[in-house]
Design a protein around this ligand. Structure first.
Ligand code: ATP
Length: 132
């Protein structure tokens, strides 16, 4: 279809999305990366965040927790550490993970792995943002 390109998201659990899209916005480590058809080829590293993509003029969202994107001619592939489509996100689970991580960071008992708690908090926040 004119004005679209192929967008594929893969996680260690398998293919999460295969779609013809009009636009994709990726949470790159350098800042948000917007991609339209015939974008210049590139490779970007991704952080935890929300991917927005447009299918048939409808904006959809998914959450990822880091990975890489490869942009080729009319073909964008994301290899994500974890990836969930908005509809498949369990809000209560993400809320619980957020509360748990916040408590660990607040209490700072001696054996808390701060980096791990921060990463968990970022994943939970991304899931909540993608779902709302
Ligand atoms: P939790 O503590 O709730 O397990 P987590 O951030 O530690 O959260 P991850 O290790 O990032 O979880 O993910 C483990 C698997 O569970 C992945 O397949 C991920 O896609 C899935 N997952 C995690 N949280 C959710 C959620 N809220 N809704 C749907 N799937 C989720």
């Amino acid at each position: 279809m004119a004005g679209t390109f192929y967008f594929q998201v893969v996680s260690p659990e398998g293919a999460v999305l295969d779609a013809d899209v009009q636009f994709v916005a990726l949470p790159a480590t350098e800042g948000e990366l917007g991609i339209l058809p015939r974008h210049t080829p590139l490779i970007a590293s991704l952080k935890s965040g929300v991917i927005r993509y447009t299918v048939d003029d409808e904006v959809k969202k998914m959450a990822i927790s880091g990975g890489f994107a490869e942009v080729e001619h009319n073909h964008v592939t994301v290899l994500a550490e974890t990836a969930e489509l908005a509809d498949s996100i369990d809000m209560m689970r993400a809320e619980a993970a957020k509360t748990r991580a916040e408590k660990r960071l607040k209490d700072r008992v001696s054996n808390v792995d701060v980096a791990r708690a921060e990463a968990s908090l970022r994943r939970a926040i991304s899931r909540l943002q993608a779902r709302k």
